[in-house]
Write a protein that binds this ligand. Sequence first.
Ligand code: MN
Length: 302
Amino acid sequence: MTSLRSNNFLGLPEAWSALDRSRVVLLPVPYEQTTSFGKGTASGPEAILAASAQVELYDEELDTEIYKVAGGIATSEAVNFDGSGFAAVEAIQKKVHDLIAENKTVVCIGGEHTISIGAARAYARHYPDFSFLQLDAHSDFRDTYEGNSYSHACVMARVYEFNRNIVQVGIRSQCKEEADFIRQEKINTFYAFALKNRQHGGDQHAWHDAVIDALRENVYLSIDCDFFDPALMPAVGTPEPGGFDWHESVSFLRRLAEKRRVVGFDITELSPIRGLIHPQFVIAKLIYKMIGYISHCHPSAD
Ligand SMILES: [Mn+2]
């Protein structure tokens, strides 16, 4: 499978990026088997790590150098896969489990969305009561897709088998069977049209609290890059119009981190486009911001 040079996120010095003393660990997961439309998400982690060298270490919004309040940010060796489908999910689960057991906050960088199943299975063992929060254009509730039950289009169907507390945000593409399933099972699905049309209240941020109210205290966050509008994030396999922009997204993520304990997160489905540098920079900055919100904004943060 794809090998990844061990890039160091942000180019941090050893004192703030050694694996044994960093509280946050980035785990590159360059897994790609089932992407439908555009290909290339296996090279997502390497592109994000390379772009992260351009991210400012000081954050003007939080008025701090995030890597310090985070207690260090290490970059792990990439996960190696001996197989695909459930075998790959198990390899990811084991690696994430070992890191959580060492008290690390794990950030998985995909790779296709299938990787979230492995990460969420690991988190389920440590936080049995967690909510799975999915930011995505697609509901991913197909039971199988093109004969594969571990397709990126089936991620939430697999997660639902072990965690019934799923909250989806930004959905704007699904088949009728998925819509029926969501209705029958009373899944907390926040469709993009409802959020954009302010059906949760007149204030532009009213939907933030509607989503957060549906979440338990411990939250695992999974961000599919196609949650964002294609104008901001063209480098995805399955782009969908009507997505979310930078400020509405990070203001939601900050509110989330203030109100709930985000125990880990992942970013998936970046498929770099040759000659276009902003998509991987956006994701590198998003990861750093989210680490900042978790480390700085939750009431329990030091
Ligand atoms: Mn998606």
